[in-house]
Design a protein around this ligand. Structure first.
Ligand SMILES: [Zn+2]
Length: 409
């Protein structure tokens, strides 16, 4: 009997030892992004380096006969917001504003879409009365460092508050309840045991506070935990101040109709780009679908609609209201889904988000764990799969043509 027990104990110890050594490597193999294919549409637009993006943008602007204006965010680090403007040739009726990289790492897919726009959409426009303004790499730190957040860990799409003095920084009542789950401290060690620990912690938090509390705490943004996820800051970040001023100048310009598209990735069904309308846009989901001839819409009346604070597109509408301008405005977000929107996909997205943020503050000593975190985060915002990349182009083109057809005068 004793011998049998000893054997079982030894066997279990051996299994634990082997899985601790082998498990992380297996996880890394499972999550590693596939190398991009040799050839597919816009292959050369899918870049992987912030400097390359800047060079690429400069060439694009030059081809169009425009000049890049670089607004410094941190000159020492070489961080700039790059813009260019193509004025309407005769009458300033319509102004199209394209913004990319508000969430740093998402600027890579944004760069691709600028190429798609100028190659396939721009030639269809009547440029005698339509101008285009591109504001690229709004969060250059996040682009350079492959983070969603900026140099102060601020989520810029939660930082566009119209008036900070009257804004309640403790507006997110749920976040404090789940902060220990969303903002764990300490270095991540062995990847296998980290997986086990994450799901145990998730289960514990879900049982104690309810799964809804976690989702409510997350997406709306929070303003009290500077090292946490979805932190919206406590005042205008440098990038925000700049873009706010750009929006203000657009509304004060002679253009009578503005269409703004802010390009994002990471949320929604994997192979579908979603047009995610501002809460200030009155069109319903059905009306938008009809108007744009595009199926994947989230509008204020959609079941999956969620309101955030400090959103870029909401800010644009608030500013227009504050200015009491006659300018017509449509400001929306194009969101490329990556992981997916099924229940377990959203848990994975959450895990990748929490792990990356933790590793930013407490970098792991474990090379395998570091690489798993990096690969997962890239997959969350910038997949390499050819089918995904090709579909993003189709969707962007269809949605952009549909929106502009409906909204330009
Ligand atoms: Zn985003």
């Amino acid at each position: 009997m004793k011998k049998t027990l000893l054997r079982i104990a030894l066997l279990l110890a051996a299994i634990a030892l082997i899985s601790t050594c082998i498990g992380p490597g297996l996880i890394l193999n499972a999550v590693r992004q596939e190398p991009p294919a040799e050839n597919y549409a816009y292959r050369d637009s899918f870049l992987n380096d912030y400097e390359d993006v800047r060079v690429h943008l400069a060439a694009l602007a030059a081809d169009l006969g425009a000049e890049i204006a670089s607004h410094p965010i941190d000159e020492g680090e070489g961080l700039y917001i790059d813009s260019f403007y193509l004025p309407a040739k005769k009458a300033p009726t319509n102004l199209i504003v394209l913004t990319t990289g508000v969430h740093g790492i998402e600027g890579y897919i944004g760069t691709v879409m600028l190429d798609v726009f100028f190659r396939e959409v721009y030639p269809t426009l009547d440029i005698t009365d339509t101008g285009v303004l591109v504001v690229a790499n709004v969060n250059p730190y996040g682009m350079k460092n492959f983070r969603r957040y900026n140099e102060n860990n601020v989520d810029l799409n939660r930082n566009f508050i119209l008036d900070w003095d009257s804004f309640d920084l403790s507006s997110n009542q749920e976040y404090p309840k789940v902060d220990t789950f969303l903002g764990p401290t300490g270095k991540i060690g062995n990847a296998l045991w980290h997986e086990v620990g994450f799901y145990a912690s998730l289960a514990k938090t879900a049982v104690t506070d309810g799964a809804d509390t976690i989702s409510d705490a997350l997406l709306t943004g929070q303003y009290e935990y500077p090292q946490g996820v979805y932190y919206g800051g406590t005042g205008d970040e440098a990038s925000t101040a700049y873009l706010k001023d750009v929006f203000s100048r657009c509304l004060e310009s002679p253009y009578e109709n503005i269409v703004h598209i802010d390009i994002h990735s990471g949320y929604g069904p994997r192979y579908n780009m979603v047009i995610f309308n501002s809460v200030f846009e009155t069109m319903t989901e059905a009306e938008s679908r009809e108007a744009f001839g595009y199926d994947h819409i989230i509008a204020h009346d959609s079941e999956s609609f969620y309101a955030t604070t400090g959103d870029t597109t909401d800010f644009f509408y608030r500013l227009a209201l504050q200015k009491q301008t006659d300018t017509a405005l449509f400001s929306t977000c194009f969101e490329f889904g990556t992981i997916g929107d099924a229940f377990f996909d959203t848990i994975l997205s959450l895990k990748y988000t929490v792990d990356e943020n933790r590793n930013h503050w407490y970098p792991t000593d474990n090379a395998t764990s570091a690489e798993i975190i990096r690969q997962n985060y890239l997959e969350l915002y910038y997949p390499t799969e050819t089918a995904w990349r090709e579909k993003t182009i189709q969707d962007f083109k269809a949605a952009a043509l549909g929106v502009l057809e409906a909204k330009l005068r």
